[in-house]
Design a protein around this ligand. Structure first.
Ligand SMILES: Cc1ncc(COP(=O)(O)O)c(C=O)c1O
Length: 331
């Protein structure tokens, strides 16, 4: 394993805990799978979430290259943008967020509260793009303009999902594997949200590296299964290329798109049911865009028997809590 530079941004290891009351709530005839949770909502950086791990590699790369600011993209309520702004603040870097107003039909608080409020408090410069604009082209132009102005910008793709960012979830999977070993617990399934794909790809790379007999179910929050599978597979290849490793066999990339509903950031009845169930059985808060839909996917997999009563499933909580405050009308 190649050793790469990281800065410290996340509180690690994150807890790995059982959810017995949720398991009981999903039991049929007194039988249910053991449901455990990996608490990456507790990574600590400006409210926690999965991007803290990715940013440990990405910010190290930026600092090493002499960057004086971070530039990234996302939706108005991007958790990735929030944690990037926080990481920039921690390292004395500037931060420019190119945020696309892409989620239709949202209430007033979507544009004033939640992550949007936190981006501003964290001191990021924000440029809002219309859904019709070509955000990738604008990002490229912005990088050129900033460089011409004498700045040294470092670009982080949406979700921090390139090979280097995704590598952090290879490390996270190895962290989980060690915790499961300490607990004497075999993991049969992992369920997580799949957005820009880096978290899913890193976990798959880790599962392959550790040789775990474990299925990884990505629950898509935006794309079709086929589109998301192609993105995740590409990122797994990028991780292996970074590590200078050959892949003989490719683990199955499983993405379930049954929970997307009307689209990215659009609430569904199953998300609301799953989010309230976890809050009311375990006192754990999920978010409406990512983890709520992923938990709806887990509930559905248990109900249809794809996760069997004698198996163990780990729900990977990737954070996103501030997003709840952008959706008060939904609950
Ligand atoms: C809370 C939360 N969970 C999951 C994801 C999805 O992770 P990835 O983009 O690596 O697929 C994101 C991405 O922004 C997120 O903010």
């Amino acid at each position: 394993m190649t050793q790469r530079d990281k800065v410290r941004l996340a509180i690690l290891p994150t807890p790995f805990e059982p959810l017995p009351r949720l398991s009981q709530a999903l039991s049929r005839n007194g039988r249910a799978p053991a449901i455990w949770i990996k608490r990456d909502d507790c990574t600590g950086l400006a409210g926690g979430g999965n991007k803290a791990r990715k940013l440990e590699y990405l910010v190290a790369d930026a600092v090493k290259g002499g960057a004086d600011m971070l530039v990234t993209m996302g939706a108005l309520q991007s958790n990735h943008a929030r944690q990037t702004a926080a990481a920039a603040a921690r390292h004395g870097l500037g931060c420019l967020l190119l945020l696309t107003d892409s989620v239709a039909d949202r209430g007033e608080t979507y544009r004033t509260n939640g992550n949007w409020l936190l981006h501003r408090i964290l001191g990021a410069e924000i440029r809002v793009l219309a859904a019709s604009e070509d955000s990738a082209a604008i990002a490229a132009e912005t990088m050129t303009d900033l460089t011409a102005q004498g700045r040294r910008p470092y670009f982080i793709p949406i979700g921090g999902s390139n090979g280097l960012g995704s590598l952090a979830y290879r490390d996270a999977l190895l962290e989980l594997a060690a915790q499961a070993k300490d607990e004497g617990r075999r993991i049969d399934h992992i369920v997580l949200p799949t957005g820009s794909g880096g978290t899913h790809a890193g976990i798959l790379a880790g599962v392959e590296e550790a040789g775990l007999p474990c299925r990884v179910h990505g629950i898509s929050v935006s794309r079709s299964s086929e589109q998301a599978q192609a993105i995740v597979s590409g990122l797994v290849q990028d991780i292996f290329a970074l590590e200078g490793r050959q892949r003989d066999t490719m683990a199955a990339v499983e993405v379930d798109d049954s929970q997307v509903g009307p689209g990215y950031g659009q609430p569904t009845a199953a998300m609301i049911e799953a989010l309230e169930l976890v809050a009311r059985t375990e006192g754990i808060l999920l978010d409406p865009v990512y983890t709520g839909k992923a938990m709806a996917g887990l509930v559905s997999l248990v109900r249809i028997g794809a996760i069997a009563p004698d198996e163990t499933v780990v729900f990977w909580h990737t954070g996103g809590l501030p997003g709840l405050f952008a959706y008060p009308e939904v609950f």
